[in-house]
Write a protein of this length. Structure first.
Length: 486
């Protein structure tokens, strides 16, 4: 979609449709008699994402609720932009949007960034590739009208376009069916991004992983007939610095649970078990285009978890790339196995000095925080506090979870170094998300700051809403962009 700034009052008069934010109880920035009459008759109009289309012979006006002025924030502003875009997408060819005024919470460029980000994200439609009958997309251009435009506002539009492209790419990968989005498909997508954005890529197949000693990854991968891979993508923005972020993404393109098979109800949603890797890949595309002065290496562990004659079995003992041995109690706790080798690879081979992993890891996380808040586990409070704070600025909610030494005994094994599940034998057993994080922490090198984001509840949302299509969310990308570009 073409998005441009305009300060031309004549273009405003000529616009076929103008989208206007309305705060509860306050007159909008743009008013005419038609709008005044409507708001007089509907004084409570303005609930977030509430919509009313007004029209006369000359123009149409799309009034969109922005809530109470004092509660206005980045998330509401983004959803305003998304609501506008999603409503207009099949109805108008071009439109003008008047963004909400800057406030104590948001500067002018933050408002523009949020509005444009929401408008672009709303364009993603996972059904467009598969439905034989659907409404054609009409909206091709969106004009952002400002009485006065600053350089920061133009930069905000550019940033929003880049970030939304990466988010929507990650969402597209997540929403693809597992018969298409195989590990091999993921590799080809990563190769294209590496080529287009000139970043280094290394691809390790199962045979190479076995030779390197990545026993945990290979143990999961051997249950599938699909080839499995570990991918490394490397961006160098500051060659003089030895500091390097290591981003690790869980990429189970389908997870049946393996021998410890999941219930059939809801299993189709396990195509989303690769959203951690998809979001890391989308983030790397964004970083490569924004070009911050920071060094970032990404490691994506890509495989399927399926039952077969070759599959990992409960009771198996495997040796990970770190050298630690693992007693496998439950094969549905496979994500932590592939992550432990991927994290070790980020440290041992890529020399990462700070680690962040994203993984749809535990059902216990969904029980604890639902589908609106991401769980944060970390060995460094300053590091995690920074991420949580940055998340607040871009409308992503995180919650710090405990990770004390008292949980370490819950993954002790009598015959190996650790077990892959806490006491109770299932991924949702007592302290399930904490023991999973504790398992991953066991291979994090001492004094290396590390954050684990359990996105099991936030990686996808199948409920329809007025500002975004159901499906993968791209959670965490916006926040990590802020972390890597400040």
């Amino acid at each position: 979609m073409r998005i441009q700034l305009s300060t031309d009052q004549e273009s405003l008069k000529e616009a076929k449709i103008i989208a206007i934010p309305v705060f509860v109880g306050l007159p909008p920035k743009f008013e005419n008699q038609l709008i005044k009459d409507f708001l007089k008759d509907n004084p409570k109009f303005g609930i977030p994402n509430e919509i009313q289309l007004l029209f006369n012979a000359e123009q149409s006006f799309l009034l969109v609720g922005a809530g109470e002025k004092e509660k206005f924030n980045f998330e509401i502003c983004q959803n305003f932009g998304g609501t506008v875009s999603k409503y207009l997408i099949n109805r108008f060819k071009d439109a003008t949007l008047i963004p909400p005024a800057e406030s104590e919470q948001l500067s002018s460029d933050q408002v523009i960034y949020a509005c444009v980000l929401g408008a672009e994200i709303a364009f993603h439609d996972p059904s467009s590739k598969y439905k034989t009958e659907r409404e054609p997309t009409k909206l091709g251009g969106l004009q952002i009208f400002l009485e006065k435009a600053r350089g920061e506002d133009k930069i905000a539009i550019k940033k929003a376009s880049v970030v939304s492209l990466g988010i929507n790419m990650a969402r597209l990968l997540g929403d693809l069916p597992p018969n298409e989005a195989t590990p091999a498909y993921f590799v080809e997508t990563a190769k294209k991004i590496a080529h287009d954005f000139k970043i280094k890529i290394t691809v390790i197949d199962e045979k190479m992983a076995h030779k390197k000693g990545m026993g945990a990854f290979v143990a999961v991968a051997k249950g599938s007939d699909e080839p499995s891979f570990i991918i490394a993508l490397e961006y160098v923005g500051n060659p003089r610095s030895k500091d390097k972020y290591g981003l690790v993404g869980k990429g189970l393109t389908f997870d049946s649970g393996g021998i410890s098979i999941k219930p059939s109800s809801g299993m189709h949603e396990m195509k989303y078990d690769m959203c951690g890797a998809a979001n890391v890949l989308g983030l790397m595309q964004i970083i490569a285009e924004l070009k911050p002065r920071v060094n970032v290496s990404a490691v994506l562990a890509l495989t399927e978890n399926l039952p077969s004659g070759k599959a990992l079995k409960p009771g198996d003992i495997i040796k990970s790339y770190s050298g630690k041995t693992v007693e496998t109690i439950n094969t549905d706790a496979e994500g932590r196995l592939v992550l432990m080798d991927a994290i070790t690879f980020a440290q041992k081979d890529l020399n990462a000095t700070k680690l962040i992993d994203l993984a749809t890891l535990t059902g216990a996380m969904v029980v604890a925080l639902g589908n609106k808040i991401t769980g944060v586990f970390s060995n460094n409070k300053e590091f995690s506090d920074k991420l949580i704070s940055l998340g607040e600025t871009v409308g992503e909610k995180f919650w710090q979870m405990p990770l004390g030494e008292e949980f370490k005994d819950m993954i002790k094994s009598d015959i190996a170094d650790i077990t892959n599940i806490g006491h109770g034998g299932s991924a949702s057993s007592t302290a399930g998300s904490i023991t999973a994080a504790k398992f991953i922490e066991s291979v994090v090198e001492e004094n290396t700051p590390w954050i684990h984001l359990d996105i099991a509840g936030t990686a996808w949302d199948l409920k329809p809403n007025p500002y975004s299509a159901p499906g993968a969310t791209g959670v965490g990308i916006k926040t990590l962009v802020e972390l890597l570009t400040i």
